[in-house]
Design a binder for this molecule. Sequence first.
Ligand code: GTP
Ligand code: MG
Length: 301
Amino acid sequence: MTRAGFVALIGEPNAGKSTLTNRMVGAKVSIVTHKVQTTRARIRGVALEGDAQIVFVDTPGLFRPRRRLDRAMVAAAWGGAADADVTVLLVEAHRGITEGVERILEGLEGIGKGRIVALAINKIDKVQSEKLLSLTKDLNDRYDFAETFMISAEKGHGTEHLKQWLAERLPEGPWLYPEDQIADLPMRMIAAEMTREKLTIRLHQELPYQMTVETENWEERKDGSARIDQIIYVMRDGHKGIVLGNKGETIKSVSKAAREEIEEFLGRRVHLFLQVKVRPNWLEEAERYSEMGLNFKDGNK
Ligand SMILES: Nc1nc2c(ncn2[C@@H]2O[C@H](COP(=O)(O)OP(=O)(O)OP(=O)(O)O)[C@@H](O)[C@H]2O)c(=O)[nH]1
Ligand SMILES: [Mg+2]
């Protein structure tokens, strides 16, 4: 008998949810940066473990939202946990129980008892092992976790064990996706995310949080390659200059890095064209949210 189900990964921004998703899937389906609030919507990555198909739901980090976009992101994250068969809370080993973690624990009480919630202490490569025991105890005193795992999503420590445990917790039933499917996100969105990742890594301060990337056009060519046109929306004229960079250097290197990654994902040649548009109010436009895979109304106060 096969098993299948959803496993939501939740936690503070930067906890390593997307890194863990990619590790479990064995391919990069969700973008990763060293900055907080990288993931903006729910990203589904599909992994196989024996007879089980585990659909990992990577979610935006949970934080105190200020803007409409923040509220929509946080709503998407909690929604992911509410719909999942199993939820895994990621906590960073070296940061321990922060205020943010405290608030997530309170939120977990709210999404209902009787749910399977596991704890994964991530980034164990960053701390001495003695610290982990007391952190495990403190967290389990605050919430009744079904199990605690100590992992390094980046290095792959403990992740196989976690995967096996999760597979055993899923309900019996047919697989939800074809055997060879690894992601459930339109290709145009994956391609836009890859460009946003490269931009986020290059840009500083608030700029990554004030831009969005959309695939506007996707054209299959006879020679097997694809022409992809994307728009980078920014909020101010000055931002446009920064994204372009001196003599267009920044956008050129972003475009090259993004193209290479999209090509690797697709396994064929890509011609990527990026255009920067100033759109002061994009954070309040419903269409931008649906393009991101978010619900605009979730951002209502
Ligand atoms: N040292 C170490 N770094 C890690 C580990 N897992 C993730 N990271 C790093 O932590 C940073 C954040 O990782 P992400 O996977 O983007 O974190 P996230 O939880 O998805 O973040 P948001 O999408 O912003 O909520 C990246 O720089 C990762 O390389 C780990 O096990 N050890
Ligand atoms: Mg993420």
